[in-house]
Design a protein around this ligand. Structure first.
Ligand SMILES: [Zn+2]
Length: 234
């Protein structure tokens, strides 16, 4: 079941999961979603009142997670724009050539296409190129991260999938698949490694609790630095 609670001028949408439990519990997830764990049979009004009462805490948690959401600097696909690749700035160069292609040469991203003024085509070519690069690079980062992880904790090799997510850099599904946002390819390698190690830790500890962070600091002592760098990345 879902509901919406009014907290001051803010509307808080929430999802309800009924459980065999006696009290109401509220979770705020990194994607800002709110989940209420409710005893079976409780009246929806009581749930909404509880969400309203916890409004201060919920909105504070959401603001905290907002800091870590991928910011999107909109790029138009025009010449001389700056595009990031592995944390480095690259100037966009467009050339009128019949056969479309994308190449990285000495700090520039060179796009060949029939009509350099066709911004949508430029962006499609770059998105496909970034995606191809992320397929290649991320699997290397995952292999190295697994090696580091296995020194501390036996984890099996997770399935890897890619998904452009508006509000996350990565996630680990309940079935143990590692989902990575291809846009991460714009960030420095150590930021990618941080996201991968964070999600690998979720293979061991599902919840975002102190055990997870204790393991994370073991496998990447300076993880906070790369998390902050990721926030400022784009
Ligand atoms: Zn997490």
């Amino acid at each position: 079941m879902t509901g919406i609670a009014q907290y001051g001028t803010t509307l808080i949408p929430y999802m309800v999961q009924y459980r065999v439990r006696r009290t109401l519990g509220i979770e705020v997830h990194p994607d800002r979603s709110v989940v209420v764990l409710a005893p079976t049979g409780i009246h929806p009004d009581l749930i909404r009142q509880c969400v309203m009462r916890r409004g201060t805490w919920i909105t504070r948690q959401q603001r905290y997670f907002d800091r870590f959401l991928p910011s999107r600097t909109v790029r138009e696909g025009i010449a001389d724009e700056t595009w990031f690749y592995l944390g480095r700035r690259h100037m966009l160069r467009l050339h009128k050539v019949a056969q479309p292609s994308v190449k990285l040469t000495r700090g520039t991203l060179v796009v060949h296409l029939p009509d350099p003024g066709d911004r949508a085509h430029v962006k499609r070519l770059l998105t496909a190129w970034y995606h191809a690069q992320s397929l290649e690079r991320f699997s290397d980062v995952v292999l190295m991260a697994l090696e580091t992880m296995r020194v501390r904790h036996p984890v099996r090799t997770p399935k890897l999938s890619y998904r452009t997510m508006a509000r996350r850099w990565g996630s680990c599904t309940a079935s143990g698949t590692l989902v990575l946002n291809p846009d991460l390819i714009q960030a420095p390698v150590l930021c990618i490694r941080y996201v991968v190690l964070h999600e690998l830790c979720h293979l061991v500890y599902h919840h975002q609790g102190k055990e997870l962070f204790a393991l994370l600091v073991q496998v990447m002592p300076d993880w906070r630095r790369w998390k902050e760098r990721l926030e400022k990345n784009s």
